[in-house]
Design a protein around this ligand. Structure first.
Ligand code: BEZ
Length: 210
């Protein structure tokens, strides 16, 4: 099983989803994307997670992020479960859910981790950039629901640091000060980030560029 690492190409695939058959790279285009797996339909933690992801649609749209879910359950099962998600969270399933009963996509992305479960996908999150490269991966166990505020926070950081020569410090949130990367000389920093602060020679901060 090839391990997917940051900076690798996100593997392409064609799969059945609740929105019909789609080719991942075609569907994604040059947007950002989140591919996330859940272990099983009609289970409590997964129901809360999928409802929350659906409720965050305005936030994904604002950041040009397309979201797609996956489990080894069938599209029929996904479609039946969508009503429960709506009942519980008030949100319609507004993104495609891949059905992967033969584990084709799950295997490509190493979402079956046999020492956790050899039948269900773990809770994986892959954030993929406009260049189709892997920017972030997270793996949670079935017993722990993910924090999608954190995933939005990371996307804000990824999008900012793709545009400017900055990095984001611990617990950073959109709007907080950022760190000027070591690739920028003090001379250039004075031009690019006038009035920046030197906390240590290797730690220079500046208000978040707009
Ligand atoms: C859940 O979503 O609640 C769940 C799914 C699979 C195993 C355990 C919990």
């Amino acid at each position: 099983m090839p391990t997917l690492r940051l900076g690798d190409d996100a593997p392409d695939f064609t799969a059945e989803t609740t929105e019909g058959t789609l080719n991942f790279h075609e569907w994604k285009g040059d947007s950002w994307a989140i591919l996330f797996s859940h272990p099983k339909d009609f289970t409590p933690v997964c129901t809360t997670e999928l409802g929350r992801v659906a409720g965050l649609k305005p936030e994904w749209d604002k950041r040009n992020v397309k979201v797609i879910g996956i489990s080894v359950d069938t599209s029929e099962s996904h479609e039946g479960w969508a009503q429960d998600i709506k009942d519980v969270t008030g949100n319609d399933l507004n993104f495609p859910l891949i059905s992967d009963p033969d584990k084709k996509v799950a295997d490509l992305y190493d979402m079956i981790q046999p020492n956790a479960s050899d039948t269900m996908t773990v809770r994986s999150v892959f954030v993929i950039g406009p260049d189709n490269k892997l920017k972030l991966s997270l793996t949670y166990p079935a017993s722990t629901g993910r924090n999608f505020d954190e995933i939005l926070r990371v996307i804000d950081s990824l999008q900012l640091t793709a545009k400017y020569k900055v990095a984001t410090p611990v617990d950073w949130k959109d709007g907080d000060d950022v760190i000027i990367t070591g690739a920028v000389s003090n001379e250039d920093a004075a031009v690019q980030f006038p009035g920046y602060t030197t906390v240590k020679p290797y730690l220079r901060t500046t208000p978040q560029p707009k």
